[in-house]
Ligand binder design. Sequence first.
Ligand code: ZN
Length: 246
Amino acid sequence: MSSPADLARMIDAARRVVVFTGAGISTESGIPDFRSPGGVWSKMQPIYFDDFRRDEAMRREAWRRVYDGVARWVGAEPNAGHHAVARLIAQGKASSVITQNVDNLHQDSGVPDDKVIELHGNASYIKCLECGLRHELEDFREPFTDRGEIPACRACGGLVKTATISFGQAMPEAQMARAEEETLACDLFLVLGSSLVVYPAAGFPLMARRNGARLAIVNRDPTEQDAIADLVLHAPIGEVMTAAVS
Ligand code: ZN
């Protein structure tokens, strides 16, 4: 069996680490894993991108979920796992964090924006689907919750949506390209809290492995790629990472 000390040695020996995070790192901050049994998507239908664009009732429901705090993103704080990742970045040991999460907790733990590659976008702010202008969640809260006004872009009047990648929406090309570049440049690919079942995201550890990098996986449960990993720890991420990263 591997131990956090083995992971520490692996990190020490690495020249350039890329960290890859999934829902499991944020469950320790109280954010539910949407895809797990009993998770949000087993109780509530996701809203597909085309339906959001097409149907005002769907948009209204989407905004209701945002402002009801259904996902519990609002008010969540980074945990020991996020802080350990931030230390790896600050030490120059890790070059970037590729994340499937939309909760902004890597940035909140002090990782600079340009070191976080968000494959599924970010739920902590709003973006215009037409002109790309950023708006804040608070900009539209009162008009929506008090008067039922559906948010629209202040610059162009276009449709706005949280900056997440919805079901049925194309993956963000620039972020995917950067993730690939980073994956191919690392010699240790460290997975934290992903069961590695959602593609194309789960393709990155495979790509790293094929390119000769070592692969380490820390996850509560077994993952699809445990068999090809150099190190696997089925344990809480905060605990492992606090022990492995000084
Ligand atoms: Zn706009």
